[in-house]
Each structure stands twice: as C-alpha cells, then as structure tokens.
Ligand binder design. Structure first.
Ligand code: FES
Length: 102
C-alpha cells in the first residue's frame, strides 16, 4: 500500500458565467469542509487520507464531482450532509454510497 489509504480529488474548477462547473455549485466550500472533517476524524480513519483540489475532471454536467482512489469511485454531492455520508461510509467504513455515485 502507498503512503495514503485514500486520495480524494474534488474538482473545484470555475468556468465562465453560464457554463456548468463544479465551483459554481459550492465545490470549494465543501472541499474545505471535507478537509476539516478529515482532520477531526483522523483517529477514526483506517489510514492517512488526503483531500486534494483538482482542476476540471471532465464530468462537468454531473457536478459537483469528486473521485476517491484507489477505488476510483465517483460521487456528486449537494451539501454538507452528503459530504458527511461519503466520509462516514466510504472513507471510515469502506462502504460505497450508492445514492451519490455518478
Ligand atoms: S468543472 Fe468539474 S468536472 Fe469540469
């Protein structure tokens, strides 16, 4: 296994007004929220977990999107409750959150 148990990439790309993009749907704010929660939960996580910022991941119409490796599972989310569920289920317990998969 590598140094990290999980790498989470949040697209925070901002496109021109009127074009669909993850940042217009709150991606940066919710990425920061996820980072804080991961820090707070570090003793509960199965291993080191990194929250990264990514540019456009080329799935703009499904956004906002994130992808978690090594499983390569893609999610969308709309609010902090969705982020909490992804963290608690996927990152802590290793269970894919089917309702948020894209
Ligand atoms: S702007 Fe997020 S996937 Fe393209």
């Amino acid at each position: 296994m590598g140094h990290f148990q999980h790498h989470v990439f949040f697209c925070t790309n901002q496109r021109a007004a009127g074009e669909s993009c993850c940042n217009a749907l709150g991606a940066s704010e919710l990425r920061s929220y996820a980072k804080e929660r991961i820090k707070a939960l570090s003793d509960t996580l199965p291993g080191p977990t990194r929250i990264n910022t990514a540019g456009c991941l080329d799935r703009c119409d499904l956004g906002p999107v994130m992808v978690i490796y090594p499983e390569a599972v893609w999610y969308t989310y709309v609010d902090k409750e969705d982020i909490d569920e992804i963290i608690d289920q996927h990152l802590v317990h290793g269970r894919v959150v089917e309702r948020l998969k894209v």
